[in-house]
Design a protein around this ligand. Sequence first.
Ligand SMILES: [Zn+2]
Ligand SMILES: [Zn+2]
Length: 413
Amino acid sequence: MIPGVRGTRDIVPGDVERWQHVEAVARDVCGRYGYRELRTPIIEREELFAKGTGESTDIVQKEMYAFTDKGGERVTLRPEATPGMVRAYVEHALEQALAVPKLFTIGPMFRYERPQKGRYRQFHQLNVEVFGVADAALDAEVIEMACTFVETLAIQGTELVINSVGCPACRPAFSEALLNGLGEDLPKLCGDCQRRAATNPLRIFDCKVAADQSVIDQLPHSVDFLCDTCREHFEAVQRYLRAYEQPFRVSHRLVRGLDYYTRTTFEILASQLGAQNALLGGGRYDGLVKQLGGADRPGIGFAAGLERLVLALPGTDDEVAPDVFVAALGAAAREAAFVLARALRAGGLQTLVDYEPRSAKAQLKRANRARARYAVIVGDDELARGEVTVKTMATGEQHSVARDGVVAALSSS
Ligand SMILES: [Zn+2]
Ligand SMILES: [Zn+2]
């Protein structure tokens, strides 16, 4: 056997139903808030992420599945969706095509990380993006929609945390305050923190190294360095959230790992998932569209990890099972059984048929294993009378039904 690629996994029947449920809820909730689906390729030019995600991020530095293709072009499997969504928004002039460019996508992302429990090199996300609206009302609506999504999935024990990381006008002062705050402690921090101090000091807050935490906890807070417009924006976001009666907590450590965030950042945490506990996260990225060659348009969005959402879903007893299992007894009955199965399927019933000519007992055993609600037994003698036998699998009860009336009888049951 040739095993699957390290860090990837198959989603098999029995598990896939939970994925389909999360995806169906995502589509439904996005639809109700006026989002349209945008599907972009999983392969993009490497430079899109160097420019978009940020040259200094761990993603671009260490984790991209980038390679030179046979035509000599540098391409990569997408490590995240936002830069590709922005690219498509600009490339197809979606600003003109859509009244409000509210877009979502669902699909796989790829990062070459050390595989560990619950982390995969191919993972899946719901991504939601809105372009062209700067008002804080949208920040609050996007956050409220994310909360509605998680609530609709009936995931318990969640908490919304928000923060503001400021804008290009006020962030330099905060970055400087961070470096001053670190002072003589900087050389004591881990290698990643040292590198971050030189490239993007805000990202020191992303550090998970236990020994660094006491220093990081003492650092200044971004909300204390906001310019007037950023502070008013952040206050307005909180006002709207209170109007929605949406509980939240301001977390000073929530700066998000990517370079493009401005102003609002947010995450929904799930207590049941342990240390790596963000179900979804996002924020505003007002400079990104311009940075990727578009007009100067604000943007905001979030990414939700489907692996984590599926893991956090409450258990369900819903079994996927066919409505009908058609069993044929005798050579003439076989053909009639397949024709009947076609009619049942046309009538909207999930129908299985046994493909091997076997005894009635063997076929009913298979119907039982498939957890079919009904078995329809087609025998040569009954067929001659224009009848079939319907067996209710749960009770074992069986009775004769006219061949022509069976679809109607089972559809209405
Ligand atoms: Zn500002
Ligand atoms: Zn560190």
